[in-house]
Design a protein around this ligand. Structure first.
Ligand code: NAI
Ligand code: A1CAB
Length: 266
């Protein structure tokens, strides 16, 4: 098993690191780099992995996983590029950063894979989409898929869909948390203790998600089953339609995809 180096150990870097360890990858096959020394020390202590600087980690790694913000990617690539050997794999988890962006900043012919993961990977329920670069062999793609499969589902998509993936599954958990917050707040407005409202909303979300997944029914059918003629659900959905909630979701996700496409430009 080769050495995997994770560059940038923030939210997503730690999510990947912890998932790889949970899936049985030995700690001595993993190294991390991190610009904030106190964060690096915290993760070294928590997970027992080595912390190296970017050049050392690039030289030590067979697979380099870049998990810094898109705005920090150019500077990171300048540091690591001289140390990426032929045959090594560079995987980027950054929104908006294209395989062409990565290839242009690495020595000619290096294998790169663009990935869009999401934070439910922290509980092994991640959704990641992968796209190969121009010099990526099947074994490279399989290696990247294997890393992400440690924490959830993995789908291969044409790279032109990655901005849409980012808008759907990359940012998607935040939309769901936002809806959950709003429903809890509504419970409080209706006079319910916050803890009770939270329990009702969280189990409702979990139940609805499980129904979609396990019944295979279209969400429209499931929604119609809840919506009695002249009943409470119809009254609520009518208000959502008045407020153009569906249109707001579409516009919001278009904005996310547009922002993803802009990010490689800084
Ligand atoms: N948070 C999320 O839900 C998701 C994030 N991503 C992508 O993951 C990447 C990281 O996002 P987060 O983890 O949320 O950000 P974050 O800010 O929590 O983590 C980034 C880490 O990289 C470190 N860093 C920056 N430059 C560095 C350098 N040159 N060398 C070493 N470390 C460096 C920072 O100190 C920070 O700890 C982004 O590109 C984002 O688009 C992708 C999907 C989901
Ligand atoms: O908000 C962002 O830019 C990152 C990418 C997908 C989720 N979080």
């Amino acid at each position: 098993m080769g050495t995997v180096a994770i560059f940038g150990a923030g939210v997503m870097g730690e999510t990947l690191l912890s998932g790889l360890l949970r899936s049985g990858r030995p700690a001595d096959s993993l190294v991390i780099t991190e610009r904030r020394p106190e964060r690096a020390a915290e993760l070294a202590e928590r997970y027992g992995v080595r912390v190296l600087d970017n050049a050392e980690a690039a030289a030590a790694a067979d697979t380099l996983v870049l998990v810094v913000k898109p705005q920090d990617m150019g500077a990171l690539l300048e540091e690591v590029a001289p140390h990426v050997a032929p045959g090594n794999l560079v995987v980027s988890l950054a929104a908006g950063i294209t395989t062409a962006f990565l290839e242009a900043r690495l020595p000619e012919g290096r294998a790169v894979v663009r990935v869009m993961p999401n934070t439910p990977a922290l509980v092994d329920q991640g959704m990641a989409a992968v796209s190969s670069g121009a010099h990526c062999e099947a074994a490279h793609l399989a290696e990247a898929q294997g890393l992400l499969a440690a924490t959830g589902k993995v789908l291969e998509v044409p790279e032109k869909l990655q901005d849409a993936v980012t808008a759907i599954s990359g940012s998607g958990p935040a939309y769901i948390f936002y809806v959950v917050e709003a429903m809890i707040e509504a419970g409080v407005v209706l006079g319910m203790p916050r803890a009770t409202a939270t329990e009702l909303v969280v189990q409702t979300l979990f139940g609805a998600a499980t129904m979609i997944k396990e019944t295979g029914q279209h969400p429209t059918v499931l929604r119609e089953q809840v919506t009695s003629p002249g009943g409470t659900t119809a009254a609520a959905l009518r208000v959502m339609d008045d407020h153009k909630v569906r249109a707001a979701f579409i516009s919001a996700m278009e904005a996310a995809a547009t922002r993803s496409a802009e990010l490689a430009g800084g």
